[in-house]
Design a binder for this molecule. Sequence first.
Ligand code: SF4
Length: 328
Amino acid sequence: MKLLEVRDLKVHFPIRQGLFSLVRQHVKAVDGVSLQVEAGETVGLVGESGCGKTTLGRAIIRLLEPTHGHIVFDGQDITHLEGEELRRKRRQFQMIFQDPYGSLNPRMTVGEIIGEAIDIHRLAASASARQERIEQLLKQVGLDPAHAMRYPHEFSGGQRQRIGIARALAVEPRLIVCDEPVSALDVSVQAQVINLLQDLQRQLGMAYLFVAHDLAVVEHISQRVLVMYLGRVVEGGPSKSLIRDPQHPYTQALISAVPEVDPASKKRRIILTGDVPSPIQPPSGCPFHPRCPVAVSRCSQEVPPLRETSPGHWTACHLVPALETPQS
Ligand code: SF4
């Protein structure tokens, strides 16, 4: 069942300049992204820092205002919801942040942080039901319920991320946007938090949009992966096939940079030259062409459309042939 559908979403930030603060240019952080997430599914969103994946995640849960396009959640267009209607809908989609410490109020106890989410959506009928729910959530994320009276600084980084997860779960969401939830944690703790997220999904059935730059983590947790470059999706498909058989030159370069567990593997590293171009003035044609090792002259003139290039696998590259549709 389709839970989330994003159609041609753009998030452009105006740059104001001059005496009268006139808008002269825009940062095109997200520039025409379409995607779908099924109920209970995990979709990974990867790309280098600055590719727009975090902005996209924030726009989807309406922390940022989209410039163009549509966000349809459970059949309802939520692109322009406001006020009480948005607050009520927001119960169904939550976010887990990269920096668990920065996203937790240091002056509130853990019980107050989780209780606040319960109060906003009036989810407990009495004080004792509220307390019971806080304790249940702490247990569910592997924390001691007796620690509800402690403050965020009394916990380790991994424990703080568990508090952030408990806060998100408090409102029983159907979708959680996980924004680089493990990238600030030690590698050993990363695995524990990923396993916890997977266990919770099995128990509670919510969907995840998992934003990360670490392809190994994304492959492990996601059924499908989308690769973003300069505000656009350049490749998407089932995670196993996309990681084993990447078709877009950018995805091939990203995957070639992931260290192999098997030292006998002879994977050739593709070194990308140059920096990611400015999203204020993206390159003409294919936005990847100034860095693409196999670019041809057409690449700087024509934007390659995202086409199905093998079953369920979509690629935006002039050199990857589209899947032939059977003649009727
Ligand atoms: Fe490279 Fe051209 Fe394909 Fe873009 S369209 S990825 S520049 S080959």
